[in-house]
Write a protein that binds this ligand. Structure first.
Ligand code: F6P
Length: 322
């Protein structure tokens, strides 16, 4: 393994830059050249490479976003697109690829590795934390802290007006952000795609909670909750709660930006470094992760296909503490 490529793909996550830095520095220490790919797989298809210099890894560990840019490439979903990508990899003399991203990134990586025999190692980075094979993904802790700080501010104004707020947090298919943010801000109710509460259940729970003398109430709604999100839920609840001034806040992409937390920087540093070691050691089609404080490799296919369970002890805890 003489020369490898690194790319970031899918939704960006705080800590992606720290992972890129770790890839560059670890590869350099092992005498392996690293080439950056701009705009994820789309950049690979177009041969959009960045030749890293010794200073490329400097001063990026603290930066949000990704210096390599990111994209969700439709073309990489096609055989023709992947053929172009392979062609550019060969032309550039690349022996392997480190793909930093989430489930879409790994699905593409796995197909690409199988089709063309290219060694590929994945580094899990998504605020959603919805990948099996790692306790946390890069960006998750930063997103939690961003959401918590924003919602603490909402609590102040909710309290000042005795209002009921429905606050929607990200998480397309998973409730990890909603659950841990909800506990950290002392939410009265947390709605997750995994918990399968219908509108009648929600209405009943909320009535019970409001009867218990709560004046301001915060309901955290995961974007992927089956009620359809906070706006739709507010529409369904408005007639039953018209004595409360109900308000909706959608936190949105604020959760994806900002400087990574210390935890995310350390996680990204470990995983970026492990990914290089894994590819140099001949591993392919695997994702690096940390489970119970130890690094481990998981086949890319399992990381995506095996749904990671939310922690039901935390669900119980949220109910007791509300
Ligand atoms: O996968 C990360 C994520 O932030 C999801 O939580 C969210 O549903 C999605 O990306 C939003 O994607 P986009 O930025 O393309 O709108």
């Amino acid at each position: 393994m003489k020369k490898i490529a690194v790319l970031t793909s899918g939704g960006d996550a705080p800590g992606m830059n720290a992972a890129v830095r770790a890839v560059i520095r670890t590869a350099t220490s092992l005498d392996v050249d690293v080439v950056g790919v701009s705009y994820g797989y789309q950049g690979l298809i177009e041969g959009d490479f960045v030749d890293f210099t010794t200073s490329s890894a400097s001063n990026i560990i603290q930066r949000g976003g990704t210096i390599l840019k990111s994209a969700r490439s439709e073309e990489f979903r096609t055989k023709e697109g992947r053929e172009k990508a392979y062609h550019h990899m060969q032309k550039k003399g690349l022996d392997g690829l480190i793909a930093i991203g989430g489930d879409g990134t790994f699905t593409g990586a796995s197909i690409f590795a199988t089709e063309f025999g290219v060694p590929v190692v994945g580094v899990p980075a998504t605020i959603d934390n919805d990948l099996a094979g790692t306790d946390d993904t890069i960006g998750y802790d930063s997103a939690l802290n961003t959401a918590m700080q924003a919602i603490d501010k909402i609590r102040d104004t909710a309290d000042a007006h005795d209002r009921l707020f429905l606050v929607e947090v990200m998480g397309r298919d998973a409730g990890f952000i909603a659950l841990e943010t909800g506990i950290s801000i002392g939410a009265e109710l947390i709605l997750l795609p995994e918990s399968l509460l219908d509108v009648d259940d929600i209405r009943a729970s909320l009535k019970g909670i409001l009867r218990e003398q709560k004046r301001s109430s915060l309901v955290i709604v995961a974007e992927g909750d089956e009620t359809g999100g906070a706006l739709k839920l507010a529409e369904k609840l408005k007639d039953d709660f018209n004595q409360y001034e109900m308000r909706v806040t959608i936190l949105g992409h604020i959760q994806r930006g900002g400087s990574p937390t210390a935890r995310d920087r350390v996680l990204a540093s470990r995983l970026g470094s492990e990914a290089v070691k894994a590819i140099v050691d001949g591993h392919t089609s695997v994702m690096v992760g940390i489970v119970n404080k130890r690094t481990q490799l998981t086949p890319l296919k399992s990381a995506v296909a095996k749904k990671k369970d939310i922690n039901y002890e935390l669900v119980e805890l949220a109910i007791i503490l509300r």
